[in-house]
Design a protein around this ligand. Structure first.
Ligand code: ACO
Length: 325
C-alpha cells in the first residue's frame, strides 16, 4: 500500500511586488536581487490571510482530486505564519471549507513543513489509521519580515499550496527527514518573552529578538547546499533508484543559486530542477506545493514519473521524499 498525490491546488495574493517596487524604499536594486537570488517579484497579502489562502488552495486541490470536503479524513497544515497561534491553521481551514469529518492540526517545520506533513500523512495512511489527507503549506511571511532589513525582506513572499493524498497501489516510495536544533538560531523569530507578575523584573521592559524573522543568510546557504544533496542521496538509496531515473527534482524555492549548486553537486542537469521563485520568492512551506501545482496544471508531470521532493528550513529541518507521480 502507498500514498499518492491525487490532486493539487494553490493560491497567491493578488498584489505583486517587483524588485523595482522595493528600490523605492530600500537601498537595493533589481540587479542585485536577481543576481544573488534569481527572484524578480513576489506576492504580498493585502486583504488575504494565511487561512484564506490556505482554504482556497485546499478547495482547488479537492476539486482537482474530484473529492468533497466531507471526504477528508485528516488535514495537516504547515505554517510559520498562521493568523492565530491557536486555534491552529488546520482547524481554521476545516471550518472554512466544511471538512467536518476530518481531524486537523499544524506542523511547524518551517520551509520543510509541507514535506514533513506529506511524510506524516503517508505514515498515517500506511499504518491504516486514515485513508486520505489534505496537506497544505501556507504563509503570509510579509507580516513577519523586517521591511528595513534588505538582506532578508527581499527574499520572501506569500502564498499557499495544497495536495490531496490517498491510499493507492503506488505513490510515496521512500522518505527521509531530519533536524539539527543546535544550528536553529541561524534562522529564527522569537515569540513574546516570559513576563508575568511573578518575574523578578516584572515591570521592566524585556526584549528578546526583534519580533521579526532574523537570519544569517550565509549559514543558511551553506546548510542548504550540503544537507539537501545528502538527504536526496539517502532517499534514493532507500527507494532503490539510480539518480538518473529521477524525472523531476521539486525543491524548496529559496534561492536559484542554492538550487543550481545542488544540481551541480548531484551531477544532474538543471532542467530537471524546475523553479518558480522568479515570480514568488521564498514562500517557505508553500514553495514546494505551489510549484507542484503549477507543474501539475501545466501538464509537466506524467503519471508514473519519478519525483524527488526536498525541503530545508528553520529548525534546522530538512528532508526528501521519493514518489511516483
Ligand atoms: N541589496 C543590495 N545589497 C545587499 C542586499 C540587498 N537586498 N542585501 C545585502 N546586501 C549587501 C550586504 O550588505 C553586503 O554588503 P557589504 O559587502 O558592503 O557588507 C553585500 O550585499 C553582500 O552580502 P552577503 O550577505 O554576503 O550576500 P550573499 O551573497 O550571501 O547573499 C543572501 C545574501 C541572498 C541572503 C544569501 O546569503 C542567501 O540566499 N542565503 C540563503 C538565505 C535563504 O535562503 N534563507 C531562507 C531559507 S530557509 C527558509 O526558507 C525559511
Amino acid at each position: 500500500m502507498a500514498t499518492r498525490i491525487i490532486g493539487t491546488g494553490s493560491a497567491t495574493p493578488a498584489h505583486v511586488v517587483t524588485n523595482s517596487d522595493l528600490e523605492g524604499f530600500l537601498d537595493t536594486s533589481d540587479t542585485w536581487i536577481r543576481e544573488r537570488t534569481g527572484i524578480g517579484s513576489r506576492h504580498a497579502a493585502t486583504t488575504e490571510t494565511t487561512t484564506s489562502l490556505a482554504a482556497e488552495a485546499c478547495i482547488k486541490a479537492l476539486e482537482d482530486a474530484g473529492k468533497k470536503p466531507e471526504d477528508v479524513d485528516l488535514i495537516l497544515a504547515a505554517t510559520v505564519s498562521p493568523d492565530c497561534t491557536f486555534p491552529c491553521l488546520a482547524c481554521q481551514i476545516q471550518a472554512e471549507i466544511g471538512a467536518d469529518n476530518a481531524t486537523a492540526y499544524d506542523v511547524n517545520a518551517a520551509c520543510a513543513g509541507f514535506l514533513f506533513a506529506l511524510n506524516s500523512a503517508t505514515a498515517y495512511i500506511e499504518c491504516g489509521m486514515y485513508k486520505n489527507a489534505l496537506i497544505v503549506g501556507a504563509e503570509v511571511l510579509t507580516k513577519i519580515v523586517d521591511w528595513n532589513d534588505r538582506s532578508s525582506c527581499i527574499l520572501f513572499g506569500d502564498g499557499a499550496g495544497a495536495a490531496f493524498v490517498e491510499q493507492a497501489d503506488t505513490g510515496v516510495v521512500a522518505m527521509e527527514q531530519g533536524a539539527n536544533g543546535k544550528k536553529g538560531m541561524v534562522l529564527y523569530r522569537y515569540e513574546r518573552p516570559v513576563q508575568n507578575p511573578f518575574c523578578e523584573k516584572a515591570d521592566e521592559e524585556v526584549s528578546q529578538g526583534s519580533g521579526f524573522l532574523e537570519m544569517n543568510g550565509q549559514e543558511v546557504f551553506r546548510f542548504a547546499v550540503s544537507q539537501v544533496p545528502e538527504s536526496i542521496q539517502k532517499v534514493l538509496v532507500k527507494a532503490g533508484w539510480d539518480i538518473s531515473e529521477v524525472d523531476h527534482f521539486v525543491l524548496h524555492q529559496a534561492n536559484a543559486r542554492i538550487i543550481q549548486s545542488i544540481a551541480k553537486r548531484l551531477g544532474e542537469p538543471e532542467e530537471k530542477f524546475p523553479m518558480n521563485l522568479q515570480k514568488y520568492g521564498n514562500m517557505s512551506s508553500a514553495s514546494i506545493p505551489v510549484l507542484l501545482d503549477e507543474l501539475n496544471k501545466a501538464g509537466e508531470l506524467k503519471r508514473g514519473e519519478k519525483l524527488i521532493l526536498s525541503g530545508f528550513g528553520a529548525g534546522l529541518t530538512y528532508g526528501a521524499t521519493a514518489l511516483i507521480w
